[in-house]
Design a protein around this ligand. Sequence first.
Ligand code: ADP
Length: 343
Amino acid sequence: MNKKKILIEVTNLSKIYPYAGKQIHALSSISMQIDQQDIYGIIGLSGAGKSTLIRCLAGLVKPSEGQIFFHGEEIGQAKGNTLQQFHRRIGMIFQHFNLFSSRTVAENVAYPLEIAGVSVDVQRERVHELLQLVGLLSKKNAHPSALSGGEKQRVGIARALANHPEVLFCDEATSALDPKTTKEILDLLKKVNKQLGITIVLITHDMEVIKRICQRVAVIEAGTLVEEGLVAHVFADPQHPTTKQFIQGSRHEIPAHFFKEASENRKLLRLRFKGSSASEPVISQIVKIYRLDANILLGWIDHLQTTTVGTLVIELSGPAEGIQGALHYLTEQQVHYEELTPC
Ligand code: ADP
């Protein structure tokens, strides 16, 4: 297997904003690597530092400390011509699309080509190609006000790709869209990544976005990187409480009285099965070997890019030593589990 090449490397990145006489530490000592042709997701709650991070990566905000390398070249502090050159190699799309309302769809897509001094004929050809790619040829003479949110984002994507960037930065690109349109835009981003080989770096607060298209994920909280890895690994065995929270989602579907009654003779467990490891034999073994009752309360499967992760929430009851034995058995069988306790 070919080893992936690093496209972006971040070392000890910090960003401090001076604000009202105070210092806001938006990012603290972030280090990460983004491989060429990956779709890399950065997730965090509002205020975690996602926008600051993606803006630093895109050369729109200067880091206070640390370095950002693009193909091994430091661009964090780049200025003038070097920064301009770098900006030609990247594209960016935004939550609120940032289209020119006075320009048609075709004119919006042509804008970066005009700035780059591309001839009118080549512009026309490229705009045609891009609108075909994003499925908007029939709307090329429309103005943004006549487009749906999803169509506006398609124009944003076409415009961002105009100058053949190597990486597309997506700043909450689907946050203003409904779930169906979100899926369509994510599918389009996947196509851009696969067909054109463009690396995608996105920020989001929505785990569904990460699950649907990303290979790797970084979880940030209060400006620090708390967890990073392959989406499949992070989903199957999340380490940090914030990551667990992002993944859980369904906890509140379990009636509260189940939590109140937890004791050494009764435990609520969330089990995670990765790939093909089957859940059924494990549970029937626990019941048989340790003479416990197992009640399945919830179950679902997450389809990730490279694997599936099955989750089961079960209630185990019986003798305390039997429950302890069952927990050891789960560890032996490499089934990740978490004990659920009252909120
Ligand atoms: P997110 O995108 O995850 O919501 P941001 O990067 O926008 O997070 O913000 C991280 C922190 O930095 C927040 O506390 C925010 O208020 C602060 N911040 C962001 N931009 C500025 C700015 N230009 N000036 C001062 N503080 C800022």
